[in-house]
Design a protein around this ligand. Structure first.
Ligand code: SF4
Ligand code: SF4
Length: 394
């Protein structure tokens, strides 16, 4: 048994107060105390007391991880809502990832779907098992690929293979502002977020190395992504376990806000609708980007913007993150349905977000409850709003 990582600080800090319970969407789907943040920490404390580590070695005690505990540790979207409400200020998102790394190091994880994803990333460089040669097949013919770009557009695996219309909308909008862009082609490997979130950090090194080396060889100064998961991983995680990319990394919402403020991106058309905004966990709670998407939305003429009761750092997770959707799809869709209900309560007709994976799951949630809510990525809204006036809207 591999020793427990250094988690004494976290388990000692936990007051077992239970503030984290009600905000945990995974717990709301599986109402067992063992799935709550408090319950998981309690279990880990007991494991620690049982002496997994030095004491165990001395006493030659065999302690095994229970499959129920492993299951509970993966019944978590990594949303970070528990961390926001935890008044002991425990860094719970990192803590869950550390514990998953430990579970995998002990051969007790990851779960079947995550193993499959890791194998596909190793072979095809994306968790969907799609051919690397088709990685950039989504690039629209009407947008020029600059040989020496100023900006690298990083579509991500979901944008490249499942939600191509979002990546296409992203580059079309940027092209309208005169941004000279290109992508990494077949060297755009998975950002490795699916590996990092599920306990496979070692496997992610090759992905980071390939992306950093290719990007740095292109001479661009900026990198932009519509995917919030890729944004968090490339901007925060790459430097932790490999190297930072040499570019300034922006989420699409931030880049577009800058372009609008610099008067490079004209908002030609109105978008007449009552809209609300869902904060992707990786962009909001994890990266602190709350204002840029709201500022852009509120610059668009015709929009009536309303906030959901749970917004910004208290936003309800869409249910897709942390490998949760790939292993527990039904639960993930039900969480998304709850989020769509939050949006319905505001009277909005359109729910805008900033991540293809959120769009994918929220759309599934809306379908599950027969909601008429229109789910759109910010890039899709901007594609309509920035169209030349004479061009017919999509
Ligand atoms: S990160 Fe989210 S899903 Fe995971 S334990 Fe915390 S609140 Fe629950
Ligand atoms: S809110 Fe923090 S201190 Fe309280 S039970 Fe949850 S993890 Fe422990």
């Amino acid at each position: 048994m591999v020793r427990l990582p250094r988690v004494q600080k976290e388990i000692t800090a936990c007051l077992q107060c239970g503030y984290c319970i009600d905000v945990c969407e995974a717990h709301n789907q599986t109402p067992w105390e063992s799935v709550t943040p408090r319950g998981k920490i309690y279990y880990i404390t007991q494991l620690d007391k049982a002496g997994i580590g030095l004491e165990d070695k001395i006493l030659k005690r065999e302690v095994t991880l229970s499959p129920e505990f492993v299951d509970a540790m993966y019944k978590c979207t990594g949303c970070g809502n528990c961390e926001v409400v935890c008044h002991a200020k425990i860094h719970l998102v990192d803590f869950w990832e550390k514990m998953r790394d430990w579970i995998v190091a002990n051969g007790a994880g990851p779960l079947s779907a995550h193993k499959g994803m890791a194998e596909k990333v190793a072979k095809f460089h994306n968790p969907y098992g799609e051919p690397p040669s088709k990685r950039d097949a989504w690039w629209p013919e009407d947008v020029e690929r600059a040989a020496v770009p100023d900006t690298i557009f990083f579509a991500g695996c979901t944008g490249s293979y499942r939600m191509q219309h979002i990546a296409q909308a992203g580059v079309r909008v940027l092209a309208r502002a005169g941004v000279k862009m290109n992508c990494l082609g077949d060297k755009e490997w998975c950002c490795s977020s699916p590996l990092l979130r599920t306990g496979n950090p070692n496997e992610s090194l090759g992905c980071a190395e390939t992306v950093v080396e290719k990007a740095d060889g292109m001479g661009a100064k900026d990198m932009v992504m519509t995917c919030s998961g890729c944004y968090k991983t490339v901007s925060s995680d790459f430097g932790r376990f490999y190297a930072k990319v040499g570019q300034n990394v922006y989420h699409f919402s931030q880049y577009v806000e800058k372009l609008i403020n610099e008067k490079k991106l004209p908002l030609n058309n109105e978008f007449n609708a009552k809209v609300t905004y869902h904060d992707p966990c990786h962009l909001g709670r994890h990266s602190g980007v709350y204002d840029a998407p709201r500022n852009v939305i509120q610059k668009i003429k015709g929009i009536e913007f309303v906030e959901m009761t749970r917004s910004r750092e208290n936003s309800r997770c869409c249910g897709a993150g942390g490998g949760y959707k790939s292993q527990f799809n039904d639960f993930a869709t039900r969480i998304a349905a709850e989020r769509v209900r939050d949006a319905e309560e505001t009277g909005a007709e359109v729910l805008i977000t900033c991540c293809p994976f959120c769009v994918l799951n929220l759309t599934a949630g809306a379908k599950m409850i027969g909601s008429k809510m229109k789910i759109m990525d910010l890039s899709q809204v901007l594609l309509q709003v920035t169209a030349p006036k004479e061009e017919k809207k999509e």
